[in-house]
Design a protein around this ligand. Sequence first.
Ligand code: GDG
Length: 460
Amino acid sequence: MSRLVIVSNRVADPRKAASGGLAVAVGQALEASGGLWFGWSGKVVENGTPGEGDLHLHNAGNVQLATVDLSREDHDSYYLGYSNGVLWPVFHYRLDLADFDAGYIGGYRRVNQMMAHKLAGLLRPDDIIWVHDYHLIPLAAELRAMGCQQRMGFFLHVPLPPPLILAAVPEHDWLMRSLFAYDLVGFQSDSDVAHFSRYVGTETGADILGEHEFRAFGKTLQVQAFPIGIDVDEFTELGQAREAQDMYTQIRDEYSRRRLLLGVERMDYSKGLPQRLKAFRQLLQAYPENLGSATLIQIAAPSRESVDAYASLRQELESLCGAINGNFGELDWMPVRYIHRNVARKRLPGLYRAASVALVTPLRDGMNLVAKEFVAAQDPDDPGVLVLSRFAGAVEQMHDALLVNPYDTTRTAETIQRALQMPLEERQRRHQTLLAGIREQDVHWWRQRFLDALAAVPAP
Ligand code: GDG
């Protein structure tokens, strides 16, 4: 059996449950074949030389973890700069937030080259290599340039934007050409695949050989949607543990006379937080029966705080929350409880279960796992309602959520009101279908489909 090699920006110890669904799922596949997980160590060396970094090897069971340190300059240009200051905003359709002129591309190329160089020394001829996400798009091209001929697949966790948006990235043709060094490229949704197909059709003159097969730059590439899921069983177990149960009882008791709405995410401009708060304010204005009752708990876990766009988002949110609480709050009721801290993963299922409505309303999202976690955590006899943005990748699978356009404040407020008033029988019916869907297409299904498709790519 070939060894599986996972490459991602960050590496997690798959044995630690706190690492979450992806680490657990990938970890299981690694353990089954005795694998290698390679990426950045998370360490930044202040006066380190760009393009150089120490390699660390650890064993976690029969999985080898290999990590590389980054110099400050490499970290700032590859990670904060090009990955999170150019690719992340553009791939989420936010050209206005992308910093194209700062020269970050040099660091992005340099780190991908360095990673490829370090990884190449650890590879065996029959390894199967699975690279994750936008930080590492050119990795396979760098490995191929060093003569590596292993089977290589790539999965993009974020959306791929339409061609005219992608074309705003000065290096767009180089990035897309780099993808052809892989044997298989996976996206989250059919709409991402459609964007890819349109891009290569118009910009590169690729031959579209079939629904999933493209030929350009002398190379044939398989492309498919593999919507990522969660580990439903792991999450259900987490919900039965004491921390989640305590959280559930505490919140349920505290809100026994009120209706709880919940938002949980990393603080990120793609998640539509200001728009959500405006819709919630509209709910209070348009449906006054919610005054004194409807309460939004919004967890916005700190994320990428040294990227400028994130600091201004934080200010905007603080000001919106302050204004809503100031204008509508009473001595014994505050409409918004905004928490700019990380909540322990073990407590999340309890929080989800206590909520009547989850607001998952990103402006653009590759998939959105919070939507799936919320469904997994519900009591099937008395489930909460999922309000889901039509711009989340999850929408292609979760038709039984209440769908909204987060830019349309009035209709979003209307839909939240509908969610709050939904009869029990309809809630149960929708939840049952949603749960069956996320169970069937869980993270193990996702991983297996990707690896099967990669194994099935014809040898060159
Ligand atoms: C990227 C893509 C795609 C959130 N707040 C806390 C916390 N979380 C956890 C959630 C969930 C995860 O973080 C967030 O996953 P999402 O999928 O919602 O979003 P991204 O982080 O943007 O992930 C996305 C995903 O990759 C997978 O492919 O779905 O589209 O953007 O698991 O529970 N966890 C803890 N405390 C928090 O405060 N412990």
